[in-house]
Design a protein around this ligand. Sequence first.
Ligand SMILES: Cc1cc2nc3c(=O)[nH]c(=O)nc-3n(C[C@H](O)[C@H](O)[C@H](O)COP(=O)(O)OP(=O)(O)OC[C@H]3O[C@@H](n4cnc5c(N)ncnc54)[C@H](O)[C@@H]3O)c2cc1C
Length: 448
Amino acid sequence: MTEVKKPKKPRGVARLIPGKCIACGARCQASCPKEAVEMNEAGEPIIIVENCIGCRKCIKVCPADAIEIYYTPEEQKILDELAKSAEKAKAPEPEAELSEEEARVLAKLREYRGVWVFVEQTEGEPAVVSWELHGIGTELAKARGVELCALVIGNKVEDLCHQAFAYGADKAYLIDDPIFNDYRTQPYNEAICYLVEKYKPEILLMGATGLGRDLAGAVATTLQTGLTADCTGLAIDDRGFLLQTRPAFGGNIMATIMTEKTRPQMSTVRPRVMPIPESNPSRKGEIIRESIPAKEEDFAVKVLEIIDERKGRESVDVTKADVIVSGGRGMCAKDNFTMLQELADELGGVVGCSRGVVEAGWMPVERQVGQTGKTVRPKIYFACGISGAIQHLVGMQDSDVIIAINQDTQAPIFEVCTYGIVGDVRQVVPAITNRIREIRSNGKKGSA
Ligand SMILES: Cc1cc2nc3c(=O)[nH]c(=O)nc-3n(C[C@H](O)[C@H](O)[C@H](O)COP(=O)(O)OP(=O)(O)OC[C@H]3O[C@@H](n4cnc5c(N)ncnc54)[C@H](O)[C@@H]3O)c2cc1C
């Protein structure tokens, strides 16, 4: 057998693109390791083709993109052939070459089709994250060429199916039964597992809320499938696998996780991480009514009373605010949060904070923004005396406008902000508040 030798990849040679050189001062000549560049009187390069080794150093230093790589027609032919064989190498193995076990797994995976989103509700009130998941769910379903289905479970919740259609679902699986009036892990878990085993969706998405985290874990364990919690990105690869991206190792790296051998592929996503799609109330879909074989007597846990912990306590939901004025350790003391509250009041917003502040006991944990706090997406986010640690950034970097105030010019928050103000928060924040008040009162005087 004769070995077929792969042709060597041609490197080409540099050449000047006419009319683009700005005679910057012979940077290309200085960068050339082979004395392949000479300069003419106009300060433009002349490439000595025999010396050029196609190293591209001159191209990299050229500020005017005036040099390119040129290949002869023969070299171009070799490049095209190499590209073709690389494409072939990338192509998946023909199925005939799969082992028996691999073929069995593949056949099992192919039984699953469709993208499902669990519509979370409490007393019939849907969690907004469910609609946010309909946005990304629509994209995933489109990429797979399958339907987006809503999974609605509760008591007197049929209306949620119609809301799901408005947000993009093509179909809704509905289990409407007094058993599901209040959330309990066991009946909800049984209902979802029953539907998944019957209809076999390839992807199942849930909100990473308290309820969603409890339920998703139970469902994935019962179905013996993979679950990626708190995803910040979801996409489909060319083999149809769900690419589930989430921060790992304390938020220092982003990991992309795949469920290669089991179905459905399950992910939870936090509220406010994905944008909410536009609702189109005229969209229609098909409702598939289902019931589970179990009865109330089968469930050991009974809900006797629901005690709302928030009652009587001042409660602020930072995830719903359009303006958040957040403070970090740079606020220097708990009392200085009054100035943040004043600014927030002027703008109709709320006060948030970093974990540093919660640890210092200056603000309650419900106000914490970030990886272990809330994910927010307001129209305006003020970061006052916040350094911009990655764990904070993952919770607020999708805000429309970020205004950072920090006295350290090197603070990482300045890398993600829309507007940065270098200064002492204790002077800058009251100055902004006063200016807003001034503008308001001038506006009022003008209109009086
Ligand atoms: C697993 C894990 C999860 C985490 N989750 C979160 C989370 O959800 N949310 C979160 O926020 N953090 C979280 N953290 C902590 C995070 O790593 C940072 O420690 C925290 O965000 C720092 O808070 P900070 O910016 O307020 O304080 P610092 O990092 O101490 O920054 C204070 C900033 O204030 C500036 N400053 C000081 N004085 C002034 C002044 N007078 N005027 C203007 N600027 C001033 C300083 O230059 C500095 O940049 C987590 C960490 C881990 C390991």
